[in-house]
Design a protein around this ligand. Structure first.
Ligand SMILES: Nc1nc2c(ncn2[C@@H]2O[C@H](COP(=O)(O)OP(=O)(O)OP(=O)(O)O)[C@@H](O)[C@H]2O)c(=O)[nH]1
Length: 531
């Protein structure tokens, strides 16, 4: 009895235990199934995300997905895992390489676009930000793809802008170009306007060139700009050929005059020779008459015969003397006429040469003078500085130079027009010259920049006059479009002090001092205290 109860209890226990094992196995299987489902979902999503990267990888991932959808035998799918893992590793390398070349591509395309002329300020800013964003350690495709798209967008806009400019030129649209997308056109136009203000032309070309400058100031299309350039070139060629003609006609006249002088002199010489021959003949006949007279005196035995013969010979002698006198008078007259003719031709030549000399001097003066401000120009500055530099080297006298630049001058042009800008330049140039001593050499270096040479003056001695000039310029009451404007200048100065100083090195120091003046907020004089 006891034995059978014990056996029943053990069986129950075993049954329970089996039940527990079955349930735990079921739970395990459930977990396994859930894990496999999660894993297969995950692999499905991962393979979907990776789809298109690589055909081989796509194929293996599809296969894995299919295996996982069945009840997978891990042993069977393990080789598939290994293959996929290897492919993923290779894909990783490929991706890094592609990232690097995408970065290089974005950088190179961006920098090429930066070099292109005619971008607007916004485009330049956008491009600068884009290029600096692409520079740096490679990150992910997510970083570069948007940059690439942005760059493509920029290229597209720039291409459209370029086409618009081309169309406006091709179709001769008459609208004047002032918009920002023709920055290069405006830049060239401004440069041309400024260049024409510096050169002073002669003759008929001068007015025509001024007229072209005025037209350029009012604005133009690309095609008009080209036309203006052509007009200017034609005018310059015309001016040069006028000059050449005038020089040629002067030389031709000089040649004529020399020819006639030569003719007069050789005629005089021939006449002089024949006159001399004739005079010699008369002298010979005179000598003959005298010797005949003396022979008659010797031979004469009667006074009456002597009288007759003497009378005859004296008559002959008188005739010869008269003839000789007449010859002398004629010769004298002829000589006088020839001399007068020579004098008048020489006088003409002198007059011609003097007028040519004057013209040359005027031209030389003009080539050293700035056409707009009438101040000496950059060439004159360079000539004079070279001379003062030699004096400084030889005699050790003091020498200082200053560079002055009008502050924010671009705003005057932009807000009130180029004509107002030109007027400002003239007024400031005039004031600068008036404010300084006559012995200081003030000239327009170019644009809105002036340079001053202070001979026999030290760096510290220029501070006061420069401050006075700066203040006087600030006080000029400019009025544009009914607005009262005050314009300031910044100045940098440097002195020649060291043996190693050259005109260039001192100019550069003065220029650096000017840069400091601009940095300090403008409207100041800064001395180069380097030495
Ligand atoms: N009207 C006129 N403008 C000129 C002439 N020569 C140069 N300019 C102008 O002068 C301006 C110089 O501008 P920037 O070099 O930018 O200098 P800024 O505006 O004076 O500014 P800061 O020098 O920095 O104070 C440009 O707009 C030139 O076109 C000229 O002969 N006539």
């Amino acid at each position: 009895m006891n034995n059978s109860r014990t056996a029943t209890e053990q069986l129950d226990k075993l049954g329970k235990r089996l039940q527990e094992v079955i349930e735990s196995r079921k739970t395990l299987e459930n977990h396994y199934e859930r894990d496999v489902t999660t894993l297969s979902h995950f692999i499905s999503r991962l393979s979907a995300a990776c789809r298109g990267m690589d055909d081989e990888l796509d194929h293996r991932l599809n296969k894995l997905r299919a295996e996982l959808q069945k009840k997978p035998d891990i042993e069977l799918v393990t080789p598939l895992f290994d293959e996929i893992s290897l492919l993923l590793q290779q894909q990783g390398f490929k991706l890094q390489q592609q990232l690097r070349s995408t970065q290089e591509g974005v950088l190179s395309a961006g920098t090429s676009l930066q070099k292109l002329k005619g971008l607007t300020k916004e485009q330049r800013d956008e491009l600068r930000a884009l290029v600096s964003g692409a520079d740096g350690p490679s990150a992910s495709l997510n970083k570069y793809l948007p940059l690439l798209l942005q760059l493509l967008g920029l290229y597209e806009r720039v291409v459209q802008t370029g086409n618009a400019a081309k169309n406006s030129a091709g179709e001769a649209i008459t609208a004047k170009t002032t918009s920002g997308n023709t920055a290069d056109l405006d830049e060239t136009r401004e440069e041309l306007i400024n260049l024409l203000s510096v050169v002073d032309f002669n003759g008929t070309a001068a007015n025509a060139i001024q007229a072209v400058r005025q037209q350029l100031i009012t604005g133009c299309t690309q095609r008009e700009l080209l036309n203006y350039c052509m007009q200017i070139i034609r005018l310059i060629v015309k001016s040069i050929s006028e000059e050449r003609k005038s020089a040629q006609s002067f030389l031709a006249e000089l040649n004529d005059a020399l020819g006639s002088v030569h003719k007069v002199i050789s005629e005089s010489l021939t006449e002089n020779n024949s006159a001399n021959l004739a005079k010699n003949k008369v002298t010979a006949s005179l000598q003959q008459s005298v010797s005949k007279l003396s022979m008659s005196v010797e031979k004469a035995s009667h006074i009456d015969q002597l009288k007759t013969e003497v009378k005859h010979h004296v008559g002959e002698i008188l005739l010869a003397i008269e003839k000789r006198q007449k010859m002398d008078t004629d010769e004298h007259l002829k000589l006088e006429t020839n001399l007068k003719e020579l004098q008048s031709r020489l006088h003409e030549m002198e007059k011609e040469a003097a007028s040519y000399k004057k013209k040359l001097a005027e031209q030389k003066f003009k080539s050293l003078q700035d056409a707009l401000t009438r101040l000496p120009n950059r060439t004159a500055f360079e000539e004079r500085l070279e001379l003062e530099y030699k004096r400084w080297q030889r005699y050790g006298t003091e020498l200082t130079i200053a560079v002055a630049d009008i502050d924010h001058f671009k705003r005057i042009n932009d807000n009130y027009g180029h004509i107002a800008g030109d007027k400002t330049l003239q007024v400031i140039a005039n004031m600068l010259q008036k404010a300084l001593r006559d012995t200081d050499f003030v000239c327009r270096f170019g644009g809105e920049e002036f340079v001053i040479i202070f001979p026999q003056t030290t760096l510290s001695q220029v501070q006061e006059p420069l401050e006075i000039a700066r203040k006087k310029i600030k006080q000029i009451p400019f009025k544009f479009r009914n607005e009262d404007i005050s314009i300031s200048i910044s100045i940098g100065a440097a002195g020649f002090t060291q043996k190693s100083d050259t005109t260039l090195s001192v100019f550069e120091r003065a220029d650096r001092a000017l840069y400091k003046a601009k940095e300090q907020g403008r409207d100041v004089v800064v001395l180069d205290e380097q030495r």
